[in-house]
Structure formats: structure tokens, C-alpha cells
Design a protein around this ligand. Structure first.
Ligand code: F6R
Length: 628
């Protein structure tokens, strides 16, 4: 049995139109949230018509054409589009999930953490499961509550049955439930997962995002934590999980339809930048239980990890930079040598590999040909390979010995943002798992490092508060011919990442340097007005690093550079040398890349936008590079 974590799109409808059409349109607009499978359920008179299919929405539509859409006539329905991160994205795991009678259907976003116990309880009373999912437990539980087969006392009352079930569920979830006996209502619930209601004329919607119904109405209602909503043609009714009336937040959607697909943002990249706190939290969730770091699909034993005597990180582009960041932490925590290699170079230079070498292959897509070939080469040499990947079931994790998934959700913008931050977090988990297995860190130290990581979504959220300032700066820099980026220690790979973002998006010459290398050549590039972005370390961390960088900034400023300094808030020493100062929150040194990268992403995107380029689809690039 596997646990399925997900970032999914959900839509529910009760009204006067054909529910199938409304739901499919809604799913189309939510497909950015995931396209591993799609499914619909329509209340078609006295039975539910359900269809679901692995793969993109187009597969579901083809399937509906095959079976005939006549069977889906009805004005109450719901649908789901899934981004699978654990577990196979196959038909049987696709939503909606039904009870054994097929009279209840449920779609779900999130994870029911106690589903193993609930499943055991249900199996003990004879319930047969048709999928590997946690969601299916909710379908059976609602069915039993509604039929009076449990002791909830909610027989024949769908909202009360859903509330009774929600009180039993642990974890984060949005659930939407429909019952064949209740053709005039759809019931939905939320805890720590998004859900909004849309209010039309004689029709009501629920969805994970207003994008799903923006075509029909801009009148929306945001649900609060632990609430259940019943939608009918005439409106909605919200209670808490105990049936008490609950407060909600009505609002007007101000976006147009095209923006809606990007959640109200001008382009996906900005949306994805803003999703970084969530991407980090999702990547870390569930990896520290009972006082220990746990990886996902760990097909390597603790003994295997203890035997490791050398680590290689192989990756391309931004993923490679995430490895460069992680080198500092992994070496520090494990005392193992870590080499970070461009995957495209790795197998051509005969690297020294054996069965005690751990190769960490980092790839958002899991399809990058260079990284895949590096994985194959490493395995041929008997090294063990651990994939850090954002795409469930992709080729790289399939061919690796173990996998750690980044749960960043779908990244549509070609330039990597949230996946990059999630890769750093996942690489750090690998480092902590190694330190734990090898005993180079005491359990309380591992716990402390993990808890510091866990605080990062909050810190990144705070950095998002600088977006307007950085966009303004971006507009002012859009005429520049080149930009340099400087950093030391973990700030050095951040400088490389900042330069890569600018090159790929704004087609501008950009270079990242280790600040100490400046005097060995690159300082000759400095001329009057050249923008130089400097990533400052914390003044409270390694004082020597900080003072060296302050000297570097004063050197370049003296030579006419326009200095743009990313520094910890309250760092007064840099202020006199900063022509532009962007402040980020104070975090431990090794975690600084998670905050200091964010303004660089925004800067590159805004310069590109000001120059009139397509931020989401830079020229000559593709999201997944499947050629060597
Ligand atoms: C840069 C970027 C690329 C990717 C690289 C690896 O913004 O997105 O450099 O990081 O192509 O891709 P994955 O992680 O899919 O292997």
C-alpha cells in the first residue's frame, strides 16, 4: 500500500447546466495543478455516472467519447485532476473514488494521514478496497455513515455524514462528495487545503481555485479551516465539523479568464515563485517521524547509507546549483566528501565510482537525458543512485535505487523556481539521513536541523514581501547590458543561479562569481554603472565571510559598479555600500540560499517582462530536456 500525496484540482457543481460540461471546463483551467489523471462523477438521475483516466484531461475526454456522453446527463457533478507525487498514476488510483455500492463518489486533495488505521478498520468489517489511495477510505466512511452502518447517527443526512467523517480524519484535505440519493446537493469540506465557493444565478460551484468557475461568476466565498459546505442551485450553507454555523469570507474575483488559469498572476513563474513556501512545506512534510529522518521510497538500508564513503551529486542547470548548495551542508553534517558534477560531463570523464559511492541525481522533470545517462553510468559502475525528483514515476526515479520526491507541485514556467528551492530542501534531507545513519550527528542535532528547515516556509513567505520592491528594481535595470552576481560560501551557488535565471529569461549577459575570485580576473569587467548583485552572508554567522564580502563590495563600488545587495535585515554594515538594498530575514547560514534566491528569481522575471519577453517560455528552451 502506498501513500498518495498530491496537489490536485477539484471542482463541484449544482445548477441548471449540464454538469459534465461545466466540470470539464473547470478541470481544463485547473490542469496546471496536475495532469497525472482526471475524473468526473455526474448524478445522472438515480445513479452516479463515473469515469476516470490516468494521464491528461484529454485522455478522459477521449474515454468519455468512447463510452458516450449521453450516460452523463445531469446537472449535479464533480471532477478532479491529479498531480501524483507518490504511487502510480494509474486508472485505479484516479479520482473520483467510490464506495462498494457505487452510490457515493469522493474527490480529494491532500493526505489523510491516518488512512492506514481507517482502512484496517473498514477491512475488518468487510469493506473491499479497489485502489491504493487514502481517499477511498473517505468514500467508504461516508457511505457507511449515510447508510446508518456506523454509530455516527447521521443516517440519510449527507452533510452530517461528511462532518462525522471529517472529525475522524487526520491530515490536510479538501473533499468533495456526491451521493446518488442526493441529486440536488454536493458537499465539500476543507482542512489546510484550498476550497472556494462560486455563486452564480441558479448555480453554485466549489473548487480548489476560482479559475475553475471564473467563466460563470466572479462572486466567490473563501472557506475557513475545518469547514463543511453544502452547495445547491440556490446557494450554500457552511458549518464547522460539528454542524455549528461558521463564518466565511465573501470576495469578488478581479481577474479575467486568461489570468485565472495562472491563479490571477500575469505569468506562471510569478505564481510559482509565490508557491515556494508551500513547495518547501510539502517537500519536508512526513520526513521526520518518531524522531528520525525518513526518505520516501528507500530501497537502500541504513547499512547501505553507513557504507557510503563518497557522494556525487549529478544534475543540470538549476538542479546542479541545488547540488552545489547542498555540498556545504552534506560535507559539514556527514564528513563525507561530496562532488557536484554537471550530469552532461559526468560519464565522459571516467569518475571514480564503486558500490560505496552514493550518486544523488537531482531532476525536477525526472526525464533530463544528461542526468539519466549519468544515472545509468553510475549504476553500471555499481554505485548506488538516489533520485531527487519532482515527477512521480519518471524515468530517473524508475532507474534509481532510491527516490526522494520534492513535492513542489507542477512547475509550468520553464525557468525553475519552486522546484529549485524544493531540491535544496530534499538534498538537505539526504544529508541528514546520511548523518543520522552514520552517527555523525546525534539524534537531537538531526532533529534541530530538521526543525530549522521546517521554519523556512515562513521565512520564504516573508521574503515574498519584497516582490514589489524587486520588480521596481527590475524595471529600472531592464536597459542594462550585463549584470554580475557575487557570493561566497553558499552564496556562491546562489550567485550562479541568479545569473542563470537572468540569462535564460532576459537574454542578458550575466555571470556569477565566487566573490574571492573577483580579484583574479573578473574585476576587470567592472565599469561605471554596471549592476552587480551581491549575496551577503549573515553578519551573525561566519563573521569572516561577512567582512570579506563587505570589502569586496566596497572594492567594486569604488570602481563605479552599481551595487545591489541582498542582506539580512538589520545588517547595517552593508548599508553604506549598497546602492540598492534588499533585506531578507535572518536564517541559519546553510539555509540562506532558500531566502536569498527568491529576489533573484523575481528580478530576472521582471527584467524579462520589461524587455517584452515571454517569461514562462523563454526562447530556445523546453521544460524537459530529453536530448543530450
Ligand atoms: C533553469 C532550469 C534548467 C533545469 C535543468 C534541469 O531555470 O530550469 O536549468 O534546472 O534543465 O532540469 P531537470 O531538473 O528537470 O532535470
Amino acid at each position: 500500500m502506498v501513500t498518495l500525496l498530491r496537489v490536485c484540482g477539484i471542482v463541484g457543481y449544482v445548477g441548471h447546466r449540464q454538469a459534465l460540461d461545466v466540470v470539464l471546463d473547470g478541470l481544463r483551467r485547473l490542469e496546471y495543478r496536475g495532469y497525472d489523471s482526471a475524473g468526473v462523477a455526474v448524478n445522472a438521475g438515480d445513479a452516479l455516472a463515473v469515469e476516470r483516466k490516468a494521464g491528461r484531461l484529454a485522455n478522459l475526454e477521449a474515454r468519455l467519447d468512447e463510452v458516450g456522453r449521453e450516460g452523463f446527463a445531469g446537472t449535479t457533478g464533480m471532477g478532479h485532476t491529479r498531480w501524483a507525487t507518490h504511487g502510480p498514476p494509474v486508472d485505479r488510483n484516479s479520482h473520483p473514488h467510490s464506495d462498494m455500492t457505487g452510490r457515493v463518489a469522493v474527490v480529494h486533495n491532500g493526505i489523510i494521514e491516518n488512512f492506514v488505521a481507517l482502512r484496517g478498520e473498514l477491512e475488518a468489517v468487510g469493506v473491499e478496497f479497489a485502489s491504493d489511495t487514502d481517499t477511498e477510505t473517505a468514500a467508504h466512511l461516508v457511505s457507511r455513515a449515510y447508510s446508518g452502518l456506523d454509530d455516527s447517527g447521521t443516517k440519510g443526512d449527507l452533510p452530517a455524514s461528511v462532518r462525522a467523517v471529517c472529525r475522524r480524519l487526520e491530515g490536510a484535505f479538501t473533499l468533495v462528495v456526491t451521493h446518488a440519493d442526493e441529486p440536488d446537493q454536493v458537499v465539500a469540506a476543507r482542512r489546510s487545503s484550498p476550497l472556494v465557493v462560486g455563486l452564480g444565478e441558479g448555480e453554485t460551484f466549489v473548487a480548489s481555485d476560482v479559475a475553475a468557475f471564473i467563466e460563470h461568476t466572479r462572486d466567490a466565498v473563501e472557506l475557513g479551516q475545518d469547514q463543511v459546505v453544502v452547495i445547491t442551485r440556490d446557494g450554500y450553507d457552511v458549518t464547522d465539523f460539528h454542524g455549528e454555523p461558521a463564518p466565511v469570507k465573501p470576495f469578488q474575483v478581479t481577474w479575467d479568464l486568461s489570468a485565472a488559469e495562472k491563479g490571477g498572476h500575469e505569468y506562471f513563474m510569478l505564481k510559482e515563485i509565490e508557491e515556494q513556501p508551500e513547495a518547501l512545506a510539502n517537500t519536508l512534510r512526513g520526513h521526520f517521524t518518531e524522531g528520525r529522518i525518513v526518505l520516501d521510497e528507500q530501497r537502500m538500508s541504513d547499512q547501505d547509507l553507513r557504507d557510503v564513503d563518497k557522494v556525487f551529486v549529478v544534475a543540470c542547470g538549476s538542479a546542479y546549483h541545488s547540488g552545489l548548495v547542498a555540498k556545504y551542508a552534506i560535507e559539514h553534517w556527514t564528513r563525507l566528501p561530496v562532488e557536484v558534477e554537471l550530469a552532461s560531463e559526468f560519464r565522459y570523464r571516467d569518475p571514480v565510482l564503486d558500490r560505496d559511492t552514493l550518486v544523488v541525481a537531482v531532476s525536477q522533470s525526472g526525464e533530463t537525458a544528461d542526468t539519466l545517462e549519468a544515472v545509468r553510468h553510475a549504476r553500471e559502475q555499481k554505485a548506488r543512485v538516489l533520485a531527487v525528483c519532482n515527477t512521480n514515476g519518471a524515468q530517473i526515479p524508475r532507474e534509481s535505487d532510491a527516490v526522494l520526491y520534492t513535492h513542489a507541485g507542477p512547475e509550468i514556467g520553464v525557468a525553475s523556481t519552486k522546484a529549485f528551492l524544493a531540491q535544496i530542501a530534499a538534498n538537505y534531507l539526504v544529508g541528514l539521513a546520511l548523518a543520522q545513519a552514520r552517527g555523525t550527528k546525534y539524534p537531537d542535532e538531526v532533529a534541530r536541523e530538521f526543525h530549522e528547515l521546517e521554519a523556512m516556509p515562513q521565512a520564504v513567505q516573508q521574503v515574498l514581501g519584497t516582490i514589489d520592491q524587486v520588480r521596481d528594481l527590475g524595471r529600472r535595470l531592464s536597459d542594462s547590458r550585463a549584470v554580475l552576481f557575487l557570493g561566497r560560501h553558499v552564496g556562491f551557488p546562489v550567485a550562479l543561479e541568479g545569473a542563470l535565471k537572468l540569462k535564460e529569461l532576459a537574454y542578458m549577459h550575466a555571470e556569477g562569481f565566487a566573490a574571492g575570485e573577483l580579484k583574479h580576473g573578473p574585476i576587470a569587467l567592472i565599469e561605471e554603472g554596471l549592476p552587480v548583485v551581491v549575496i551577503m552572508p549573515s553578519p551573525k554567522g561566519r563573521a569572516v565571510l561577512h567582512s570579506k564580502l563587505v570589502s569586496n563590495i566596497s572594492e567594486i563600488q569604488a570602481r563605479g559598479a552599481r551595487t545591489i545587495v541582498i542582506a539580512e535585515e538589520g545588517d547595517e554594515t552593508v548599508r553604506p555600500f549598497a546602492d540598492e538594498l534588499i533585506e531578507v530575514p535572518a536564517v541559519p547560514t546553510l539555509l540562506q540560499p532558500l531566502v536569498s534566491t527568491v529576489p533573484l528569481q523575481v528580478l530576472a522575471a521582471e527584467i524579462a517582462r520589461s524587455r517584452g519577453y515571454d517569461v514562462d517560455k523563454p526562447r530556445n528552451l523546453a521544460k524537459s530536456v530529453t536530448v543530450e
